[in-house]
Design a protein around this ligand. Structure first.
Ligand code: GLN
Length: 304
């Protein structure tokens, strides 16, 4: 079977499953999404793509944006970045405060909220206008000149993001946030509010399957060793407390978001984005996880 036939078969099989997930409601605006949405899109390194279902409907990418912010901060700071954030799985929920005190305000990795907030602090320190320059960076990566933040989603999270406020202030008290916490959090909420569809998202991630180079013109986004490390972090930390399980069941580097999106990739081969809003108890898309497990288990599209 070719990849299109496999994608279609797995998509239809997964669609038939009972969705036991629940939509995220702690960001009120996210609760307005249609829970039956289900889309998938695969892009190879020549830019050719194939998708189905609601693959062209935009959704809130949320924590998936943390891969873009890490990429930009890593490009700016180089290896110095690992003084501010660690590279170990957390074994805790994405918004946990638990390990920060023990680790002196150094978050376990850049993909849990605490780590992503520190990355935002780094970008606020090094960019004249982090909000504007980060958006320009993602617009360029994804070849979407009109991509923008969703004020509706960002405002909804700003009004309710008590845990993130607590995380940022706690890290500030431990000395690992250098700027005003309100400014850092405003940028963090904006970053999480980006909206993209599966086709756009799978395309935007191709640089990580392509050794750090954009597939459109081979320009360098990050170096090859940096790309290797971001992939390693996605494999070990991309799914919070379910990262081991994702590696075990799917076997690809990837990143999820509470909007129900997941992006995964096979280095030197392809990227794939899947979206279904209801989440499992670990905050990862219930159907998205099932889809990717089936897809890599019944095909050769897996690194292991
Ligand atoms: N903006 C969300 C939050 O901070 C992102 C979390 C996620 O996607 N896992 O809670």
């Amino acid at each position: 079977m070719n990849y299109k036939d496999i994608l279609e078969k797995v998509f239809h099989d997964t669609k038939g499953l009972t969705n036991k997930g629940k939509i995220a409601t702690y960001i009120p605006e996210l609760a307005n999404v249609n829970p039956t949405m289900f889309g998938v899109h695969m892009t190879n390194l020549t830019g050719e793509g194939y998708g189905m279902g609601n693959n062209l409907v935009k959704f809130s990418i949320q924590s998936i944006a943390k891969v873009f912010s890490l990429t930009l901060a890593y490009r700016i700071l180089g290896e110095e970045i690992w003084k501010r954030v660690d590279v170990e799985p957390s074994g805790t929920k994405f918004d946990s405060l638990l390990l920060l005190e023990i680790n002196n305000g150094i978050p376990r990795n850049p993909f849990i909220n605490s780590g992503a907030i520190v990355i935002c602090d780094i970008l606020v320190s090094h960019l004249g206008n982090a909000r504007k320059e980060f958006l320009a960076f993602v617009r360029d990566l994804s070849n979407l000149p009109n991509l923008s933040y969703s004020d509706k989603i960002a405002d909804s999270e700003k009004a309710n993001g008590y845990r993130n406020v607590a995380l940022c202030n706690f890290i500030k008290s431990l000395g690992n946030i250098k700027n005003d916490p309100t400014e850092v959090l405003d940028f963090y909420f904006d970053m999480c509010s980006l909206e993209m569809n599966c086709e756009q998202l799978s395309y935007a991630f191709t640089y990580l399957a392509n050794g750090g180079l954009k597939i459109s013109d081979s320009s360098e986004v990050i170096t090859k060793p940096q790309s290797k490390r971001i992939n390693a972090l996605m494999l070990t930390c991309g799914f919070y407390d379910e990262s081991g399980e994702f590696a075990f069941k799917v076997g690809l580097p990837g990143k999820s978001g509470v909007g129900g999106g997941i992006v995964a990739l096979y280095p030197h081969s392809y990227t794939i984005a899947v979206w279904s809003p209801p989440l499992n108890p670990n905050g990862n898309s219930f159907l998205g996880m099932k889809f990717l497990e089936e897809f890599t288990t019944h095909s050769d599209f897996t690194i292991f």
